[in-house]
Design a binder for this molecule. Structure first.
Ligand code: GDP
Length: 385
C-alpha cells in the first residue's frame, strides 16, 4: 500500500513539475516553485490557479487510493518518534566474568559433591574477586545447608549457592533519590578516581533522567583536567542538558555553586556534578570533595545522592579507594562501571559485603544506553549461566 502511495505522490510531483515547467512565465527561473496544494489566494495568477487545480486533482487521486486501502494500512507514525531505550542484559554482557567461573563450574557439575567440590568453589569465588571475607561467609553458610539437606547433587548445591548470593544482595535500597522540592534542585555528586568512568556515567544518567522527563544541568567540577570539561560538554550536547564549567584549575565548589544557582533560576530539577579524581594529592582531594558537598548542599541546593563510581576491572584494589571516599563524603550508592569488560564480576558481592553501600547502577558498555539498575537476581544468574 505504501509503495502505491509513494508512486502516486511521485507521479503528482512529476505531473506538477511538468505542468509548471510548461506553463511558467518567462524569467522566473530563480523564483521558488508555487505551493503544491491548497486553495488559490487572491492576487495569484490564473496560471498558478490552473497549476494548483491540477495538483489538487492528482492529490485527490492519491487520497482516494489511500482511502481504499485504509482498512488494511497501518497508522502513520507520530511526528516525533522517541527511540525506545535498548536495555542491555547482564547475561549478554557478563561473558568475561562468567568465563572466570566457567571452568570450575564445569568440573563441579561433572561429579557428585565431594571435598574437591568445596576447594573448587572457594577458588572460583576468590578468582572472581568475591573477596576472602565474602567467600568464607558464603561457603560456611552453604556447607551448613548442604549438611542439613544432605546435598550430593552438584546442580542442587549450585542452586543453593545462587539463592544464597541473591539473598545476600537483596534488600539494598537501590532507588535513586529525587526530592524535587520546588526551587531547590536535587544535586547528585559523582566521586571516584580518574578513569573509572565518572564523566561517561554522568552522560548516561543525564540521558536516563531526560527520558524520564527531568531537566538536567551538568557541573564540570573536575577543573584540573580541561579534557574532562570538554568531554562533559559533548555529553551535555548529546543529551540536551545544560552545563556549567569553570576556569582550568579553578575552584570546583564554585562551579557546582554556579550550576545550582542556574538550576534554581531556570527551574531545572537535577544537577549532575562531576568532581576531580586525581589520587596523588589524596588529602587535598578528600578535603576538596567535602567542601564541594557542603557548597552543593547549601540553599537552594539539595544533595540527594553521592554516587561513588568504581571500576569493576580493578577488582579488590577499588575497595581500598572506596573506603577513603566513603570516609570523606557520605556516599549513598555505588555505580559499578565496566562490568562488561571485567573478569572479576564477583566484586559486586565484595562491595556490598565489605562497604555496606548499595550498588545502584551498573555500566555494561560505553554507549549512552549501557547503564542499568543493579538487579541482583539477574546478575547472579548471569554469572552462573
Ligand atoms: P573519568 O575519568 O572517571 O571521568 O572516566 P571517563 O568517563 O572518562 O571513562 C574512562 C573510560 O572508561 C572511557 O574510555 C569510557 O568510555 C570507559 N567506560 C566508562 N564506563 C564504561 C562501561 O561501563 N563499560 C566500558 N566498557 N567502558 C566504560
Amino acid at each position: 500500500m505504501e509503495i502505491l502511495i509513494l508512486i502516486a505522490v511521485l507521479a503528482v510531483l512529476v505531473i506538477g513539475g511538468a505542468v509548471y515547467v510548461v506553463r511558467r512565465p518567462r524569467g522566473t527561473d530563480l523564483e521558488p516553485p508555487p505551493p503544491v496544494a491548497g486553495p488559490s489566494v487572491p492576487g495569484t495568477t490564473p496560471v498558478d490557479d490552473e497549476l494548483a487545480a491540477d495538483v489538487e486533482e492528482a492529490l485527490g487521486a492519491v487520497r482516494d487510493e489511500s482511502a481504499r486501502g485504509a482498512d488494511t494500512a497501518t497508522a502513520p507514525p507520530p511526528a516525533e518518534v522517541i527511540e525506545p531505550v535498548r536495555r542491555p542484559r547482564f547475561r549478554d554482557r557478563l561473558a568475561k566474568a562468567r568465563g572466570t567461573l566457567g571452568g570450575y563450574l564445569g568440573s563441579i557439575r561433572s561429579r557428585r559433591v565431594d571435598d574437591q567440590t568445596w576447594d573448587e568453589l572457594e577458588e572460583a569465588l576468590i578468582r572472581a574477586d568475591v573477596g576472602v571475607a565474602a567467600t568464607g561467609q558464603s561457603l560456611d553458610e552453604l556447607r551448613a545447608t548442604a549438611d542439613a539437606e544432605s546435598i550430593s547433587d552438584p546442580e542442587v548445591l549450585l542452586d543453593r549457592l545462587k539463592s544464597q548470593l541473591k539473598e545476600r544482595l537483596a534488600g539494598g535500597d537501590r532507588a535513586l533519590t529525587l526530592q524535587l522540592a520546588p526551587g531547590a534542585p536535587d544535586v547528585w555528586l559523582f566521586v571516584g578516581v580518574n578513569g573509572v568512568g565518572k564523566t561517561t556515567t554522568i552522560g548516561k544518567v543525564a540521558r536516563r533522567q531526560a527520558l524520564d522527563g527531568y531537566t538536567v544541568i551538568m557541573a564540570a567540577g573536575d577543573t584540573f583536567r580541561a579534557a574532562a570539561a570538554e568531554q562533559l560538554d559533548t555529553w551535555a550536547q548529546r543529551t540536551g542538558s545544560d552545563m556549567v564549567r569553570g576556569n582550568e584549575g579553578g575552584d570546583p565548589s564554585a562551579v557546582v555553586f554556579d550550576a545550582v544557582q542556574r538550576a534554581a533560576a531556570r527551574g531545572y530539577e537535577l544537577v549532575l556534578a562531576d568532581t576531580a579524581g586525581r589520587l596523588h594529592t589524596k588529602t587535598n582531594l578528600m578535603e576538596e570533595l567535602r567542601k564541594v558537598r557542603r557548597v552543593a548542599d547549601r540553599d537552594p541546593g539539595n544533595v540527594t545522592e553521592v554516587l561513588l563510581v568504581l571500576d569493576a576491572t580493578t577488582g579488590q584494589n577499588g575497595l581500598a579507594q572506596a573506603q577513603q571516599f566513603t570516609e570523606a563524603v557520605d556516599v549513598t550508592g555505588v555505580v559499578l562501571t565496566k562490568l562488561d569488560g571485567s573478569a572479576k564480576g564477583g566484586i559486586a558481592l565484595a562491595i556490598e559485603t565489605s562497604l555496606g553501600i548499595p550498588i545502584k547502577l551498573v555500566g555494561l558498555g560505553e554507549t549512552v544506553d549501557d547503564l542499568v539498575e543493579f538487579d541482583p537476581d539477574e546478575f547472579v544468574e548471569a554469572l552462573f549461566a
